[in-house]
Design a protein around this ligand. Sequence first.
Ligand code: GLU
Length: 443
Amino acid sequence: MSYTMKVLEKVIQKNPNEPEFHQAVTETLTALQPYVDAHPEYERAGILERLCEPERVIIFRVPWVDDSGKVRINKGYRVQFNSAIGPYKGGLRFHPSVCLSIIKFLGFEQVLKNSLTGQPIGGGKGGSDFDPKGKSDREIMAFCQSFMTELFRHIGEDTDVPAGDIGVGEREIGFLYGQYKRLTNSCKGVLTGKGLSYGGSLIRTQATGYGLVYLIDEMLRQHGESFENKTVVVSGSGNVAIYAVEKAQQLGAKVVAMSDSDGFVYDADGIDIKIVKEIKEEKRGRISEYTDYKQSAVYTRGKGIWSIKCDIALPCATQNELDENDAEKLVKNGCFVVGEGANMPATIEATKVFLQNRVLFVPGKAANAGGVAVSALEMSQNSMRTSWTFEKVDRKLREIMTNIYNNISSVAKEVGQEDNFIVGANIAAFKKVADAMLKQGIV
Ligand code: GLU
């Protein structure tokens, strides 16, 4: 058995009951296998074993009091996965599904994604099984303050810089930052995704969605295509989805559907993003409310968004939201581009369907790297004690996404797998991390 497959088997055996982590490692190691096996120096230095073992895992109790006076306890996590190319960097997810497996899969992905950004950031991830849905602002604040009361001792501007993810947006980052400052008596760029009035960066809110569309736009351009007049389906209706829709529309696409965990809305005239922003950003409501604003749109409960005919699919909701059957439906309906705005939204079987049918598929670690890339730009601005204009950050984001595309596509070509961006992204990302690890000795 090859070195790569031996490591994969060991990882699965040594980390039982972590299916999402197994899935992320399986996808990456399978893509890396021929490349790693052709370079015995990686085996000699135990690079894959080290890549799959987090440098540090922190699990802690988060006690807080709800509005009825009841004491509540959640689990808090921070997985500091790999610091070979810079401080641990990655978001915090607050969602009832959060467990060690999910945080480890996200942390593992983050290491490779952050490598692709070209910015000096390592990878980490954290979060809690706390469910922000239906909680009052006071409850959110109480939870965030308690979470930070433990987390603060593990993070730092040059050590580990958390940000947002599902369930953690500007409001939560504000409460977390306020508590960090109170505990440490210092104003540092220790979190990203901050509000603009206290060190946040312009474009950070839009960055993941815009970045996704910038990368896909560059890929389309290099294949003699564009977003102009394309029918697009975007799943999700959170921060990533909203700004992916906005940018795709600016580039001339017609986005006909969006969703949330309850169902999806289809608008044959094209989604009115102003309505979605009002529902989601102002009212923190559900996508079903879209039809209150626009009666001609159709809301369907449950799954099924991938049955809608489209040219381009952008899954921007969550892991494993698009399976083999969905992939087959998309292919049958003529979809020729899939870009992952979420982390690992397509199952391994779904990605196989895309590759077999020559769908241009870009995995999340490349396609959704714009968010963390602008987080790195926020860190730079904080260190320089300055703030750049919207245009400047937007231009840098576009450059970064174009570079990522060129990098993953040329690596795919080099290994004889043109347009296989799973292989391209994993090898390109791995090379930089592995090189840094080799040079830093056995640590
Ligand atoms: N949670 C985002 C991601 O999955 C952003 C992380 C960050 O900005 O640090 O990449």
